[in-house]
Design a protein around this ligand. Structure first.
Ligand code: SF4
Length: 418
């Protein structure tokens, strides 16, 4: 007769005991039942390592200590604190959800998982984690680390992003839930995936559930989970304009939806527009009688689904005084062409050696002091700009805005070159 306990009971009991003795207990979002702090950590930790998140998390909380302060905040201030963390829709949804909680739930995060999951930007696993840690709800989580642990322990093959494998893993995650000590169990699953059952070099010898791990028993640990099916990431081309005048740079706020939604960006043009005279190209942002576009550099930026190649063209204006710019020409020149040699053929490459400096991205943890972004809009100039969402920013202030990484690299290289 076999007296060993069923796998579910045994699995959770071993994991809970291990978490209490050897798990993580001092992360900034632990030792609290404040749903706001738990929610913020869940969102920041999506696609991002703990070591990167900690600084952002602490600065965000220092500036917005609760849901009410986040709901009151200007989106620019939120995006500025998120700048460099990536996946900016997370910040927009966080802000939107805070306003919903404030208006529909009296400022208190709802208590059950389904209501939490209905808020913008909160998936099933994050909603479950908030319900577990804030309210002790008996809910299953299934983030990337937990998928790996369960796929290995129960030898679930197939790509974990596919609907059928996800359904199998959710079912397993629910079957394994303990009757009590749900917070220690959930934290234990997270800790096991983050510290022992890692993608490479998993430390099975110290694993609390190694005795019945099917992947380990068959020496197939690294065969699980199955890799994502190969795919070719397409390359897209983009042309950006770096419009400057002394220490000012023109930036345009991106629409709320789509890539870099809500961030401040260099203006984009279509490659077909390069056949027009340069003053006609820049006229949309700053009317001038004469303009010169010069190659500034090339950038590559990887998104999840494609790679973006960006050619940056620069135009420096002597003055932002529209009258002064037009005084020698009361209308745009008819049929004028780009100066000889400056016309860029469609698909042409910029001059060799025009790359931006390597490693000029935003250093981790280089955010401005809390509160600084609030004054930015007050300092932005109201100098004439024909496009309603575009502004001439002093370079120093522009660097404190929420910017896409490649745009930040361009502005930092301007700052370095003085
Ligand atoms: S024994 Fe190894 S592969 Fe299995 S769950 Fe533990 S760490 Fe992961």
């Amino acid at each position: 007769m076999n007296d060993s306990p069923p796998v579910a009971e045994s699995f959770s009991a071993r994991l809970i005991a291990w978490q209490k003795s050897a798990g993580r207990h001092d992360l900034p979002w632990q030792n609290t039942t404040d749903p706001y702090r738990i929610w913020l950590s869940e969102i920041m930790l999506q696609q991002t390592q703990v070591g990167t998140v900690i600084g952002y998390y602490e600065r965000f909380l220092a500036r917005f200590p609760d849901i009410a302060s986040l709901a009151r905040a200007d989106l620019d201030a939120v995006m500025s604190l998120w700048s460099g963390l990536g996946y900016y829709s997370r910040a927009r949804n966080l802000h939107k959800a805070a306003r919903i909680i404030q208006s529909e739930y009296g400022g208190c995060m709802p208590g059950n998982r389904a209501d939490i999951e209905a808020l913008p930007g909160i998936g099933r696993s994050s909603a479950a984690a908030i319900a577990v840690f804030a309210h002790g709800a008996r809910e299953a989580i299934l983030d990337g680390n937990v998928k790996r642990v369960l796929a290995r322990h129960r030898a679930v093959s197939g790509y974990t992003g596919s609907a059928s494998v996800q359904a199998r893993l959710w079912s397993l995650a629910e079957d394994l839930l303990p009757a009590q000590d749900i917070a220690a169990y959930t934290q234990g699953l997270m800790d096991l995936g983050a510290t022992l059952c890692t993608r490479s070099n998993s430390a099975c010898g110290r694993c609390p559930v190694r005795d019945d791990c099917l992947a380990l028993a068959t020496q197939q640990v690294h065969a699980y989970p199955s890799p994502r099916p190969a795919r070719v990431r397409p390359v897209r081309q983009s042309i950006m304009l770096l419009l400057t005048s002394k220490d000012r740079v023109l930036l345009e706020r991106r629409p709320p939806a789509g890539i870099w939604g809500g961030l401040w960006c260099l203006p984009n043009i279509e490659s077909g527009e390069l056949h027009a005279p340069p003053e006609q190209i820049v006229n949309r942002w700053h009317p001038v009688g004469k303009a010169h576009l010069q190659p500034f550099g090339n950038l590559r930026h990887g998104f999840t689904h494609f790679t973006l190649e960006i050619a940056v063209l620069r135009c420096e204006f002597d003055s932002l005084d529209v009258g002064a710019q037009l005084q020698h020409s009361s209308q745009l020149p008819q049929g004028s062409q780009l100066p000889q040699g400056s016309q860029l053929a469609q698909g042409s490459q910029l001059a060799q050696g025009s790359q931006l400096p390597q490693g000029s991205g935003l250093p981790q943890g280089s955010q401005l002091p809390a509160g600084s972004s609030v004054t930015l809009s007050e300092r932005a100039t109201d100098l004439h700009c024909a496009e309603p969402d575009a502004r001439w920013w002093p370079l120093h202030d522009a660097l404190a805005l929420g910017l896409p990484v490649p745009v930040r690299q361009v502005l930092e290289s301007l700052q370095l070159s003085g």
